[in-house]
Design a protein around this ligand. Structure first.
Ligand code: 13P
Length: 308
């Protein structure tokens, strides 16, 4: 029972590869906002407030072009009997929503699952449950012609070391790719948005970008099939400079890297721009300059050519 026709596969693969290329040229800022009604309202308010030319030009572009990207997940639901772990929800009616997004010109979906490192966490229940939900979402996206961006994030809260994060990240990614395979997801028509392997924010031991890169690429190399066209990292609360330095080191890492390794940062792309803006329209140019600086730096890092 084939899940997708040859034509459907061709379309998905073309979209996934285009996104990958676009990411090289275009700077993609992402925000960690779940798609709840309340957050959509907040987001709209924030957008209105951000009266900078960045937003004006984004809005203009949006009017000209159809929307290409849709975040759809609806926040975490508690997993009873675990140490405050969650799973993602929003699968009900997702197929109908995806069909509408596609009609509206959207080509990608994005869902984020959150896993935490702590006592008894992530539990195998949380790993399996989130992997399965991400795979169901990915399958539904593909059935409707959307390329799913699969985002299993191991968050950096805690005092765990680099090795611990690598161990957990490998377990999580292995479960995600097993689930994607179980659900007959066509990997060439997907993108992965993972955390980099880093120590927890409260870890006293510090690691170099080269160590982060080696741990990250090792984890990916062990778990992510080469059929996946691109991996775009989230920044997970890293400083802007650390996010750039780590991405650069990842692209220079001597291990085999069959995927394009790029960025889809939220905070690490916007922090200095937001600080420069400070809520004042008069800071428009400084805001643009700050944003461009990070965008250019990360584009260089995505090629392993960042010089700081
Ligand atoms: P950060 O880069 O701020 O982690 O956000 C990226 C994102 O989209 C998380 O869903």
């Amino acid at each position: 029972f084939p899940a997708l026709t040859q034509e459907q596969k061709k379309e998905l693969s073309e979209i996934a590869h285009k996104k990958k290329k676009k990411k090289k040229k275009k700077k993609n800022a992402d925000e960690s906002v779940e798609n709840t009604e309340e957050n959509q309202k907040k987001k709209k308010k924030k957008k209105k407030k951000k009266d900078s030319s960045i937003n004006q030009s984004i809005e203009k572009k949006k009017k000209k072009k159809k929307k290409k990207n849709q975040k759809d997940n609806q926040g975490g639901a508690p997993l009873a009997g675990t140490n405050k772990e969650t799973t993602i929800q929003g699968l009900d009616g997702l197929s109908e929503r995806c069909a509408q997004y596609k009609k509206d010109g959207v080509d990608f979906g994005k869902w984020r699952a959150v896993l935490r490192i702590a006592d008894q966490c992530p539990s195998s229940l949380a790993i399996q449950e989130n992997a399965n939900a991400l795979a169901r979402y990915a399958s539904i996206c593909q059935q409707n012609g959307l390329v799913p961006i699969v985002e299993p994030e191991v968050i950096p809260d805690g005092d765990h070391d680099l090795e611990h994060c690598q161990y957990v990240t490998e377990k999580v990614l292995a479960a995600v790719y097993k689930a994607l395979n179980d659900h007959h997801v066509y990997l060439e028509g997907t993108l992965l948005k993972p955390n980099m392997v880093t120590a927890g924010h409260a870890c006293t031991k510090k690691y170099t970008p080269e160590q982060v890169a080696m741990a990250t690429v090792t984890a990916l190399h062990r778990t992510v099939p080469a059929a996946v066209p691109g991996i775009c990292f989230l920044s997970g609360g890293m400083s802007e400079e650390d996010a750039t330095l780590n991405l650069n080191a990842i692209n220079l890492c001597p291990l085999p890297k069959p995927w394009k390794l790029s960025f889809s940062y939220g905070r690490a792309l916007q922090a200095s721009a937001l600080a420069a803006w400070g809520g004042k329209a008069a800071n428009k140019e400084a805001t643009q300059e700050a944003f461009m600086k990070r965008a250019v730096a990360n584009c260089q890092a995505a090629k392993g050519q960042y010089i700081h």
